[in-house]
Write a protein that binds this ligand. Structure first.
Ligand code: ATP
Length: 508
């Protein structure tokens, strides 16, 4: 307050003095210009760059700009929550910690893929220990001006302390998202002096945190690239606890869906359990978006409740993107239909009952797509399962070739997928070259092993699909007429042909 008042007084006196000089006949224009340039430089170097505002939130429940996010608002992540709660007991039970002479907990690092709830957990932690919460992102510290990043780190910590004091709190949580940007291994950046100074300042601040401080600061960092962090950050006494925040399992997804459908009117046909089963690989952020999109769709259709159909549609939107108005010409549509039917037939051959839907409605980057019904959550795959996946990926292009005599560029993404699975197989010792260290074998050998797997599955797809050309014709015609076929519609036509016809043909 006094500082601001002083600055305004100085500006006032300065302006009055310049007016006086002008009135006495002095040419004040150069002086005004000089002051303008100096003020601009000051703003860029200090005011604009250093004085960047950090997001400050009071996470306590006293009604002051409160976010009041608690651990109940975080779905799944039971292990992460348990570890975090255990660590936070050291901050809560400070008397016992002091009594036993335990070193204070200074930092907790949350690691995991984007959108899994790291920020949410940090806010819940702040709420749990009744502290203010101030957050910044690693990239906010990096500037081209030397020393600015370090200055910002100092400012962040002092702001956390002053905010806590202002709200009569004894704890402050400093949350640094994307901490790998400012805490990357030292000496590796082109402008490494600036990066190193910033990281050094963070280490200095963390080392300076004491148990007897008026405001005890807890630093929570979040990253999805823990491998990039400087080892100094991870040593005991700094980020003491590393908590893994992974993609949620089925139970976790159900709990996140329940949180994000709280207060939303759901129709009786909505089965959150089934949605949780179908969303393997989704993060919390995806699930939040799914619930939100379903509600938007219900609103667009003038419904008062969100039904199963809206969730189904929202699922495809979150997976593949918005439906597009773009409509390919007749010839292209026909090709897309054969392509998608190729994928669908291969999927049914390898895993009967696996196709959920197949469509030629363009969405996101896809001109058409086949959606498989998910089984249980899977974390490991056998060689046979991976080969089947490659076969299904290649079957679209193979079916195009069987129907039209050539392939199209529409299969690019499928090839990328097939190659990445084959690469995984070689690295996992599932190829003809046996168990190898991928980085120690010549590229050519690696490439040949991938090629062998791919061409084996390509031959398999061709062999099977060439036996089913009449069925593929019929299904593609149906798809062109109806734009979308359900798994059941597809199976009604395909299943009779799969038994003896296929066996006889493939066996010949
Ligand atoms: P990033 O690494 O990209 O910063 P993050 O891991 O910090 O992501 P959050 O910002 O916490 O993720 O999550 C984004 C949004 O996703 C949240 O606001 C919330 O709506 C939803 N969300 C994510 N995970 C969960 C969860 N476990 N429970 C409930 N909601 C979640």
């Amino acid at each position: 307050m006094v500082r601001r008042f002083g600055r305004e007084l100085a500006i006032g006196f300065g302006a009055a003095f310049l007016s006086f000089l002008g009135w006495r006949g002095f040419n004040v224009v150069p002086v005004v210009l000089l002051i303008g340039v100096l003020a601009l430089l000051f703003h860029l170097q200090l005011g604009g760059a250093i004085g960047k505002r950090f997001r400050v939130v009071n996470a306590g429940g006293d009604g002051l700009a409160a976010t009041s996010i608690t651990f109940d608002d975080v779905g799944g992540q039971e292990v992460a929550k348990r570890e975090l709660l255990e660590a936070l007991e050291f901050v809560k039970d400070i008397d016992r910690v002091k009594h036993l002479g335990i070193r204070p907990l200074k930092g907790i690092l949350l690691t995991g893929p984007p959108g899994t709830g790291k920020t949410l957990l940090a806010k819940a932690a702040a709420s749990y220990i009744d502290s203010v919460f101030i957050s910044a992102s690693g990239s906010e510290f990096i500037e081209m001006y030397a020393g600015v990043g370090a200055q910002r780190v100092r400012q962040l910590f002092s702001k956390a302390r002053s905010m806590a004091a202002a709200h009569h709190k004894t704890n402050a949580v400093v949350f640094i998202d994307e901490i790998e940007v400012l805490g990357g291994k030292r000496g590796q950046h082109s402008s490494h002096l600036e990066y190193d100074q910033t990281l050094n300042q963070l280490l200095v601040e963390m080392d300076g945190l004491k148990i007897d401080d008026d405001v005890r600061v807890l630093v929570i960092g979040a990253t999805n690239r823990v491998d990039l962090l400087d080892p100094a950050l991870l040593r005991p006494g700094r980020f003491d606890r590393v908590v893994k925040v992974d993609l949620p399992d089925r139970e976790g997804r159900l709990s996140i869906l329940s949180i994000h459908t709280r207060g939303k009117p759901l129709a009786s046909d909505v089965d959150l359990n089934e949605i949780a089963r179908e969303t393997f690989g989704f993060s919390g952020a995806h699930l939040e978006s799914l619930a939100n999109e379903a509600a938007i769709l219900a609103m667009r259709q003038g419904k008062r409740e969100i039904g199963h159909q809206e969730f189904k549609e929202a699922l495809e939107k979150v997976m593949l993107g918005e439906k597009l108005d773009r409509r390919p010409g007749e010839a292209e549509l026909k090709r897309i239909a054969y392509h998608e039917i190729g994928h669908a037939m291969a999927s049914e051959i390898t895993h009967p009952g696996s196709v959920k839907a197949v469509t030629i409605t363009p969405r996101g980057n896809a001109l058409g797509y086949m959606r498989q019904s998910p089984g249980d959550d899977k974390y490991i795959y056998t060689k046979g399962e991976l080969e089947d996946q490659i076969m299904v990926a290649l079957a679209g292009a193979v079916n195009e070739e069987l129907a039209f005599g050539d392939r199209s560029t529409g299969a690019r993404g499928d090839y990328d997928q097939a190659i990445s699975i084959a690469r995984e197989m070689v690295s996992a010792g599932m190829s003809s070259i046996g168990i190898v260290s991928p980085k120690d074998i010549p590229q050519k050998v690696f490439h040949e092993a991938i090629k062998e797997i791919i061409s084996g599955q390509e031959t398999r797809a061709r062999q099977v699909l060439s036996c089913l050309c009449p069925v593929a014709d019929r299904l593609s015609r149906m798809l062109l007429e109806q734009e979308k076929l359900s798994g059941d519609q597809l199976r009604a036509i395909l299943a009779p042909a799969l038994g003896s016809t296929l066996q006889k043909c493939v066996g010949e």
